[in-house]
Design a protein around this ligand. Structure first.
Ligand code: ZN
Ligand code: ZN
Length: 394
């Protein structure tokens, strides 16, 4: 290394507040010198123990760096005060596409197949929500390679996210969806926490531009440092947990289909959206229409009689055959129709009318209509409780 290169390296280590790793990248770019972060750390330690530092010397360093970076260079924090000690040097891929299975691994121990494995690991659990703070076997290998300091920052952020995530779901009726954007925003908030804690340990993290939530899910992006790599790894870990839990919630919603709601309804949900009568309340003819909540799709409250009429072509004059939700137009599953048939008496004509297009009719006919099997699934899933107001929490 020539004298200017050495001076720049020491100045960066002393003044920039950058991690040894980022300095190593700059040395390669500016001087074509390959010097490992570990060596930078060692050389700087040697320099500090041999030098009596004086203000004019620091001033010269500042001038050197200002000229090199074409900007005023403020004092941040010397590398020697970096409390994390030894820099981390796990090799992450430079460019990585989390969606592309044929692409190379994020790091030696983590690739797209690892993500699939992790999602499967959580999906196989009866109560995945209880375990989202734990590492899957594939994640464990990758995280261990980051060394004890980074591992502990990473797992501590994972724990805090898990607690937040569980709290959020406990507040939320189970049929309500959390949008992908909402999941992604939360993940970005926690990645910010990770960045802050990384920088406290290792100095400023070399960035890769900005990784947007969308990029995290879809695009190839450039990884410029271990800090960025570890951050992306954490982002994927959080995303995979969100995906697994959303899938479980969807399965739960579909297996429940709808629930009867017995308690008095709030004003904005009181009227049946089809006949406008007050639900769970005797109408002018002293007939009370039972309220049900459509949990497999939009969560709309609707009158059971009107829903049957909506679905069944023979139940009400002028009402056509429909197998989609009158509110959100999502298609009802065969299980949903079967449950409604068993409980509210949708006539068999509906089933016959489907037989031409439905290849597995025979299997369906033999199947238990409605509740029992599905209830079993629900209980196995999380031991959920249906509250009086029809809210189910898990
Ligand atoms: Zn109605
Ligand atoms: Zn709907």
């Amino acid at each position: 290394m020539d004298e200017e290169g050495r001076k720049t390296m020491i100045a960066l280590a002393h003044l920039s507040g950058w991690s040894a790793e980022r300095i190593s990248q700059k040395m390669r770019k500016w001087y074509h010198i390959v010097v490992t972060p570990g060596n930078i750390y060692m050389m700087y330690q040697q320099w500090t123990s041999n030098s009596i530092l004086q203000a004019p010397q620091e001033e010269k360093m500042r001038e050197l760096l200002s000229a090199k970076l074409h900007a005023d260079f403020g004092f941040q924090r010397p590398l020697s005060e970096t409390p994390g000690g030894w820099p981390i040097t796990v090799k992450f891929a430079k460019r990585w596409n989390p969606k592309d299975l044929d692409n190379r691994s994020l790091c030696k121990y983590y690739n797209a197949a690892s993500r699939t494995h992790t999602i499967g690991h959580f999906l196989a659990m009866v109560r995945p929500l209880d375990a989202i703070h734990e590492l899957s076997p594939t994640e464990e290998a990758a995280v261990a390679r980051l060394g004890p300091v980074v591992s502990s920052i990473l797992t501590s952020v994972l724990n805090r996210w898990a607690e937040h995530f569980r709290g959020k779901l406990q507040q939320l009726p189970f049929w309500k969806n959390i949008s992908r954007d909402n999941h992604a925003e939360t993940i970005m908030d926690f990645l910010k926490i990770f960045t802050d804690e990384w920088e406290e340990q290792y100095g400023i993290m070399a960035d890769c531009g900005s990784v947007t939530p969308d990029q995290l899910i879809r695009h190839t992006f450039v990884i410029r440092s271990t800090g960025q790599g570890a951050k992306i790894l954490l982002g994927l870990m959080l995303a995979d947990r969100s995906i697994a839990i959303e899938k479980k919630r969807k399965m739960l919603k579909e297996s429940v289909g709808y629930i009867k709601v017995y308690c008095p309804l709030p004003m904005d949900e009181r009227a049946c959206p089809i006949c406008s009568d007050d639900l769970n309340f005797p109408n002018a003819e002293d007939v009370t229409e039972q309220a049900i909540r459509l949990v497999s799709c939009c969560g709309q409250i609707i009158g059971a009689k009107c829903l049957v009429a909506w679905i069944n072509p023979l139940a009400g004059a002028g009402v056509g055959m429909n197998n989609s939700c009158p509110h959100c137009r999502s298609f009802f599953s065969r299980e949903f129709i079967n449950k409604l048939a068993a409980e509210e008496g949708v006539q068999e004509q509906y089933e016959d009318s489907q037989s031409d297009t439905d290849g597995d009719k025979d299997i369906e006919d033999d199947a238990e209509p409605g509740g029992e099997i599905q209830d079993g699934v629900v209980e196995d899933f999380a031991g959920i409780e249906v509250g009086e107001e029809g809210n189910v929490h898990f």
